[in-house]
Structure formats: C-alpha cells, structure tokens
Design a protein around this ligand. Structure first.
Ligand SMILES: Nc1ncnc2c1ncn2[C@@H]1O[C@H](COP(=O)(O)OP(=O)(O)OP(=O)(O)O)[C@@H](O)[C@H]1O
Length: 327
C-alpha cells in the first residue's frame, strides 16, 4: 500500500518572494490527489519540496517518520527511493531507446541482473501500453507516448508515492482522457499514493479522490474532491469554469475595483454538475483506496460544507435509490 504524506505548516520563499505559506495537508495513503492552481502559484515548487529537492524555511513533510525538510540528508535520500516522479516533458534521455530509458533507474539504483531488468521493464511498458516501442528513440514517438514512457520509468522501482507534474501538458483531449484512465488503472494495480499537478479540468473532475488549490500564496482548500468541485469560493469557481471574470488575472491578481466592476456586469456562474470519478478498466482489480477513503470521508462529513456533504452522500448511496449515485 502507498505511504501517507503529511505536510505541516510549509512555507517557501525565494529571496523576498514568498511562493506559499503555512501549507498543511495530508495525502492519504494509496489515494489519488490533484493540486490545482493558476500558473506560477508554486505547484512545481510544492512537488520538489515534498521530495526534499527544495528546502522550505518553515514546516515539515513527514513520510514514515522522516521529515523531508529537516531530517539528515541520508534519511531523506533513503526515503526518496519510495518516490516515482513524472515530470512535464517526460525527461527522457534523447539518445537512449525507450527500453534503456525505462531501465535506467533499475541499472542505476539496483543490482538486478539484465533478465530481471528486462522482465520489470516489459511489465511496466505493458502497463502503459508501450509494448512494441522498446527500440524507439524519444524523438521518434509522439508526445503522448513520451508521457507514458516517463510514467513507465517512474514505476520501475515500485514506488509507494507517485508525483506527476502536469502529465497532460501538450496532449490533445483524447490522449488526455486515455491518460486519466491510465492513472486510475495504475492506482488500482499498485495502490500507490499519487499527487498530480495539473491545469486540466477534465483530469481534475474525473481522476482524484482529493483536490487542493494554491492561490495567492496560500492553500485555498484541500480535501475530498466534492469539497472543491462544489465550492463557491470565487477563485475556485473561476478556475473550474475557465472564465476571465474573477480574482485570477492574466499576469497578476486583480485589484478590488476591477473585481467589483466585473461582479456588477458578469453573469453568475452556472451551477456545476459533478462528473463521476473514473473506475478502473474492466479486468483490473478494484482500487483498494476506495474503501479506505469511504470510511475516512464519512467520518469527516459533519465538518464539511453542505454542498460537499450532499454530493458525497449521493455518491455513496446505492445506485438506483432516490438521490443515489449517478448511473
Ligand atoms: N529555483 C528557483 N529559484 C527562484 N525562483 C524560483 C525557483 N523555482 C521556482 N521559482 C519561482 O517560484 C514561483 C512558482 O513556480 P512554480 O514553477 O512552482 O509554479 P507553478 O505553479 O508550477 O507554475 P506553472 O503552472 O506555470 O507550471 C515562480 O515565480 C518561479 O519563478
């Protein structure tokens, strides 16, 4: 099972520029979480802080008792082995075949012999639908295939925590839909804790168990997907509807006068309907996280906003009952 990641009071600056402050959240073990946020709000910096590549000046990131901010480097290095990382461009070596790219972490970090390496690499390539492309160079395949190769490489060391930085960037809507399904299928197969940073609203609406959003140097919210998806917080509503009217501007946050002017002229946000979360593909095991999440979320129900509470109860009601889950 995946490992829980506990983030407490994390604050990160570069010189005088504060990226975000006092970020506190828990990525529940084996569940899929998404972090949203306008460009430049520090989502990538957040991922790098979780694996200890960047050092926030305050706060802790606890993984199996190791603090990725303050523990000795030796412990941080060991804990980093629990991670699989998928970066925006796949970060593949251009002169190596896909097979060698995916085998790279195994050759670098384990003493496995070549036949065993071959077995693991082929298994992961099959998981992401790349069998047959082993001999190709990254430059000879499509962007979507490069993403999947990046994901296969993130999986070879059997990660317990997977971090994906904008896995959809550069993909068309159809490829993005396949990628969303792939992320859910992977979660069903390996039960890893996953955190996905994305701008993509389709991924946000259909993939995660939990969602958060960074804005104005703060974590606006983090919790069960229904909380963010039913939120009427202006910044969340604007982001989810992809509209210009709202607190998020082109290059910076808008001033109060602009916001007031917009409020008086812009039509109200249309109510959002909650899309059902994706299920694993037929033939795969059910996601082990689902039962754990259900128990966790039902326990926190009294503390959630009413719209989220209603959405959660509806999603957990037996299909076909009045007000039950969308079929
Ligand atoms: N190593 C660094 N040194 C100085 N500033 C940095 C460094 N890394 C990131 N930043 C700054 O931190 C801020 C947040 O950057 P980050 O890349 O995390 O944003 P993001 O939310 O991932 O953006 P996008 O969605 O556009 O990818 C930016 O202003 C960026 O310039």
């Amino acid at each position: 099972m995946g490992t829980e990641v506990v983030v407490e009071g994390l604050t990160k600056s570069f010189g005088k520029q504060k990226v975000w402050q006092d970020v506190t959240l828990t990525l529940p073990a084996g569940e899929v979480s998404v972090m949203l946020g306008p460009s430049g709000t520090g989502k990538t910096v957040f991922l790098k802080s979780i694996i200890g590549l960047l050092k926030p000046e305050h706060g802790r990131v606890l993984i199996n008792g190791v603090d990725m901010v303050n523990s000795p480097e030796r412990d941080i290095y060991e804990t980093r082995k629990l991670f699989g990382l998928m970066f925006q461009d796949g970060a593949l070596f251009g002169s190596m075949s896909l097979f060698d790219n995916i085998a790279f972490p195994l050759r670098e970090h384990t003493r496995k012999k070549e036949p065993e390496i071959r077995r693991v690499v082929m298994e992961r390539m099959e998981m992401v639908g790349l069998v047959g492309a082993e001999g190709k160079l990254p430059g000879e395949i499509s962007g979507g295939m490069r993403k999947r190769a990046g994901l296969a490489r993130a999986l070879v060391l059997d990660p317990q925590i997977i971090l994906c930085d904008e896995p959809d960037s550069g993909l068309d809507p159809v490829r993005t839909a396949y990628l969303s399904q792939l992320l859910i299928d992977l979660n069903a197969q390996i039960d890893a804790t996953m955190l996905i940073v994305t701008h993509n609203l389709d991924i946000a609406a259909t993939v995660p168990d939990n969602m958060g959003m960074l804005f104005r140097r703060n974590l606006v919210t983090f919790g069960p997907r229904e909380v963010l998806l039913t939120s009427d917080e202006p910044v969340v509503a604007q982001f989810l509807s992809g509209r210009r009217e709202g607190p998020i501007g082109m290059s910076e946050e808008k001033d109060a006068a602009t916001l007031a002017r917009e409020r008086s002229t812009a039509p109200a946000y249309a109510p959002r309907t909650l899309a059902p979360q994706l299920e694993p593909s037929p033939g795969l095991p059910p996601r082990a996280a689902v039962a754990r999440r259900r128990e966790r979320v039902l326990a926190m129900l009294p503390r959630l906003p009413e719209a989220a509470r209603t959405a959660i109860l509806r999603s957990y009601a037996p299909a076909g009952t009045v007000g039950g889950a969308a079929s």
